[in-house]
Design a binder for this molecule. Structure first.
Ligand code: PMP
Length: 445
């Protein structure tokens, strides 16, 4: 075998080389086209090869690409912070720019801890999260994540942050009837707070809609109202991890807008620069920053590439493009079309247990038995088989864990907001073929 040097996700797997991308398609060096139904990792929200973004990159690169944030600020970084505050719920946010979703959630954790330290309450340092959650791969972010397969190898190094029940009505973690449960999963937050003591808790972090750890799981109405009420009463900051849901993905600029929530802190990534350059952000409300402004004045976090002018210019161009092309509305409208098509398709596939999501963040969960919702045994590797089969048909879909503790199978369908209805039809057609073939394989043997 030829000696290789690049560490890829699977070391012995062959990954095609991509030559270029245009719109919702990527083309490999053999000329094969892939319909990007997952926007990569739910990232390329405005599609590939958008000229306006390339122009903005060239313009900024010709001025300056890098300045060190401890020495200088830049026009694009200042403007992006202002723009995000104008867009975010309540319009009173500061931005701290980083380079990945993991850094954004980890910075959110550090700002929350520092907030309480500067208020003279250093014992408030734990961050609660949910059993079905993924907040990133770095050790702080993993400490706040309930994604068991990603945590397992590093458990001895992780902080012992408690997990609470997820709002997952399809398989209620409390084993209750969702129509008469009295928001038991939200109340679980209060149970855990009481057990630990709010004097030890800095924040609660949650994805508006559960992504990689669940497959576009949407909480029931009333859930976030209850969560916010509990957080407020116990003086716990609420961090919305909008890395996947933020920037138009769910048919609103921020996922939390669906429930009228103004998070104390917001983590953004992925769609912020739509994949054109690494860029992510932690937004914190005035009241969160105030004790730091009045205290040490230094937010104790940061990276060499933080607030990179080139990436900030790209993010601004992405926001312009989303506004000019009315892509927030497009994500909502196309989302309705996509979910209707997926629901119709599911009628012909017994192994589809649930179709869900909001905007262009759609999820499918797979079951061995629709009635009992029995998942397939892990040994069947259903999600992996499905992702591989779709890939061979030129369709990119995103694998997720299904089930409260990752014991099930789910996928995410999250194409760019620029996708046409004809392209959605093609997506569903290819997906349906892949599901038929994988069904035969897993049910037949
Ligand atoms: N939070 C959420 C909700 C995510 O979906 C992800 C990525 N899947 C992350 C954090 C981590 O982002 P990154 O991979 O850019 O570090």
């Amino acid at each position: 075998m030829k000696r290789e040097h690049l560490i890829k996700p699977l070391l012995n797997h062959h990954y095609p080389k991509i030559s270029f991308g245009k719109g919702v398609f990527l083309y490999d060096d053999q000329g094969k086209a892939y319909l990007d139904a997952s926007s990569g990792a739910v990232t390329a929200g405005i599609g590939h090869g958008v000229q306006e973004i390339i122009d903005a990159m060239q313009e900024q690169a010709s001025k300056v690409s890098f300045v060190y944030r401890s020495q200088f600020t830049s026009e694009p970084a200042e403007e992006l912070a202002k723009r995000l505050s104008d867009l975010a719920p309540g319009n009173d946010y500061w931005s701290f720019f980083v380079n990945s979703g993991s850094e954004a959630t980890e910075t959110a954790m550090k700002i929350a801890i520092q907030h309480w330290q500067e208020k003279g309450r250093p014992s408030k340092y734990k961050v609660l999260s949910r059993r079905m959650s993924y907040h990133g791969i770095t050790l702080g972010a993993l400490s706040m994540s309930g994604h068991f397969t990603r945590r397992r190898r590093f458990v001895p190094l992780l902080e012992d942050f408690p997990l609470v029940a997820p709002p997952y009505c399809y398989r209620c973690p409390m084993k209750l009837d969702p129509t008469a449960c009295g928001q038991s999963c939200a109340n679980d937050l209060e149970t855990v707070i009481k057990r630990i003591g709010s004097e030890h808790i800095a924040a609660f972090i949650a994805e508006p809609i559960i992504g990689a750890a669940g497959g576009a799981v949407v909480p029931p109405d009333g859930y976030y109202e209850r969560i916010m009420e509990i957080c407020k009463r116990h003086e716990i900051l609420f961090i919305a991890d909008e890395v996947m849901t933020g920037i138009a993905r769910t048919g609103t600029m921020f996922g939390m807008e669906h429930w009228g929530v103004q998070p104390d802190i917001i983590a953004l990534g992925k769609g912020l620069s739509a994949g054109y350059t690494p860029m992510a952000a932690t937004l914190a409300k005035d009241h969160v920053l105030e004790p730091i402004l009045n205290g040490s004045k230094l937010v104790m976090s940061g990276h060499t590439y933080s607030a990179n002018p080139l990436s900030a210019a790209v993010a601004l161009a992405v926001l312009d493009y989303i506004e000019d092309q009315q892509l927030v509305k497009a994500a909502e409208d196309k989302g309705h079309y996509l979910r209707a098509a997926l629901t119709k398709m599911s009628e012909g596939h017994e192994i589809i247990g649930d179709v869900r999501g909001k905007g262009l963040l759609a999820g499918l969960e797979f079951v061995a038995d629709r009635q009992t919702k029995e998942p397939f045994p892990a040994s069947k590797s259903l999600t992996t088989k499905l992702v591989e089969r779709a890939f061979s048909k030129g369709l990119l879909i995103y694998p997720a864990a299904g089930g409260v503790d990752g014991e099930g199978d789910a996928i995410i369908i999250a194409p760019p907001f620029t996708i046409s209805t004809e392209e959605i039809d093609l997506l569903v057609e290819r997906l349906s073929e892949a599901i038929t073939e994988v069904s035969q394989e897993v049910l037949g043997g």
